[in-house]
Every structure is written in structure tokens, then in C-alpha cells.
Design a protein around this ligand. Sequence first.
Ligand code: DKA
Length: 134
Amino acid sequence: MVDKFVGTWKMTTSDNFDEYMKALGVGFATRQVGNRTKPNLVVCMDDQGLICMKSQSTFKTTEIKFKLNESFEETTADDRKTTTVVTLENGKLVQKQSWDGKESTIEREVTDGKLIAKCTMGDVVAVRTYVKEA
Ligand code: DKA
């Protein structure tokens, strides 16, 4: 089920991302860069079920390595220190980040050969589309 996510994905569109970053509490300067950046997302998985997800851009590169359903510590691109767990729900990879009593989710699915990342913070939703590069 995770196999379809494996590969290198290039971001093509990003909707409402500035509002999402505002809801996260990201400051103006970082939002300006975040809005301009088109990251590549590299997803890999080894035969032990360890999944890696690397977001690469000229602004910042972040990488997480995790097993499904096992919580881990994440440092996000905007420097939040979150406790994160990733689950597989109806074929979607759901990344739940918790910090300071707050919670955000990034739900990723592959449809029509595209990877769609739906980022939710409270009632704010951003949608980012990636196409496969390799
Ligand atoms: C994605 O496209 C979701 C990225 C979420 C990043 C949140 C913080 C960004 C601050 C610049 O996979």
C-alpha cells in the first residue's frame, strides 16, 4: 500500500498554503520563503518497513524516518518540535503532528499518478500537488 508513494515527487501547485502556515503560527519572513518554494518530496521504504520522507528545497531540507503507527520526534521546516505518528488509512498516509497542545495533520494520497498533500490546521486546509519525477 505504501509502494505507490515511493519515488521522487515535484511540487506543482500549492493552494491556501499561506493561510495554513499562518494557522501554524509561522512568521511573515518564513512564510514568504515557504510560499515561493517548490520542494521535491522523496519517499523511500526499506524491507523492514522503515519509511523515509525527505522534503528538499533551496530553503530547507527536512527528513523523517518512521514506521507506521510508531510515534517519533520531528523537527519541521518551520522549526516546530512535534511528536508525530504516521498511519495508513484507506490507502492514505496520515501524518499527525502534536506540539504545545496543538495538532496538525498532513494527509497524502496518490491519485491519477499525482501525490496530493492535504495539510490541515484547525479549520484551515491547504492542498499541495506533486507529480512524479523518478
Ligand atoms: C508538504 O507539502 C507539506 C509541507 C508542510 C510544511 C509545513 C511548514 C512549512 C514552513 C515553511 O508535504
